[in-house]
Design a protein around this ligand. Structure first.
Ligand code: NAP
Length: 243
């Protein structure tokens, strides 16, 4: 069978890079998007398998950059089968101290970035009458969290966007699901104070932090034929934190 192409945002490091590694092992061709050109270059050099990997430096929150990336990716790779909206940031702070620019930036990258790629890639999927969209949300989008009003709102928005897209595109055999990771050991969570990390560990029934590979495994499942009848869902991958 001809290799299918999957586009992954935030693919340069962390969870995005683990997703790229897993999908590369499974023989997909990959379009790798990240704001950091050095990380992308490193990713292309180190990914396993013999698939075709093309990197694009792009800010997911900028619609015109995303338009250019999607057009070039289709030109070079052909139809896009899968999309993983993974790029995300935090700018934490208590509500009363949160700067409006930190609210805007987190919403723009996490939610508008997901909208930008979903809108532009799904047009191609609809024409192919097949497609898989996986959005990386967060358990914080389900529960809320003190000090993360912007992040929580952006991820709750991603979950609602996922449900809406699933309803709109189901008739064209395009599925759209979200994954809500709990605490995954990456650079994003390394920044948290030791005290916060310890208290989070106590709230995880499986008594350990997740690994990026735990999320990559679920993305791989959602891209597979076995997941063809799943859409509009949010799969929580958090060691049992949120039930
Ligand atoms: P990470 O280690 O910070 O990696 C995020 C990647 O996205 C980085 O390569 C980053 O580039 C890139 N990026 C940031 N802003 C971007 C933009 N505007 N356009 C394109 N790329 C951009 O984060 P992670 O922990 O792997 O998280 C990945 C996703 O999982 C995020 O959506 C996050 O919210 C979600 N998540 C993570 C956890 C966790 O515990 N780690 C839990 C729940 C959900 P730079 O290197 O330049 O920053």
């Amino acid at each position: 069978m001809e290799k299918r192409t999957i586009l992954i945002t935030g693919a340069g490091r962390g969870i995005g890079y683990a997703i790229a590694t897993k999908l590369a092992e499974q023989n997909y061709n990959l379009v790798l998007v990240d704001i950091n050109a050095d990380d992308l270059e490193n990713a292309v050099k180190t990914l396993p398998g013999d698939g075709k990997f093309i990197p694009f430096t792009c800010d997911v929150s900028d619609y015109s950059q995303v338009e250019t990336v999607v057009a070039k990716a289709i030109e070079e790779m052909g139809p896009i089968y899968g999309l993983v909206n993974n790029a995300g940031i935090t700018r934490d702070g208590l509500l009363l101290r949160m700067k409006p620019e930190d609210w805007d930036l987190v919403l723009r990258v996490n939610l508008t970035g997901t909208f930008n790629f979903t809108k532009l890639v799904s047009a191609n999927m609809i024409r192919q009458k097949i497609g898989r969209i996986v959005n990386i949300a967060s358990v914080i989008g389900l529960t809320g969290n003190a000090g993360q009003a912007n992040y929580a709102a952006s991820k709750a928005g991603v979950i609602a966007l996922t449900k809406s897209v699933a309803k709109e595109l189901g008739g064209r055999a395009v599925t759209c699901n979200a994954i809500a990771p709990g605490f995954i050991a990456t650079d994003m969570t390394d920044k948290l104070p030791e005290q916060v990390r310890e208290s989070m560990l106590k709230s995880i029934p499986l008594k350990k932090f997740g690994q990026s590979e735990d999320i990559a495994a679920v993305v791989s499942f959602l891209m597979s034929e076995d997941a063809a009848y799943i859409t509009g869902q949010t799969l929580t991958v958090d060691g049992g934190m949120v039930t």
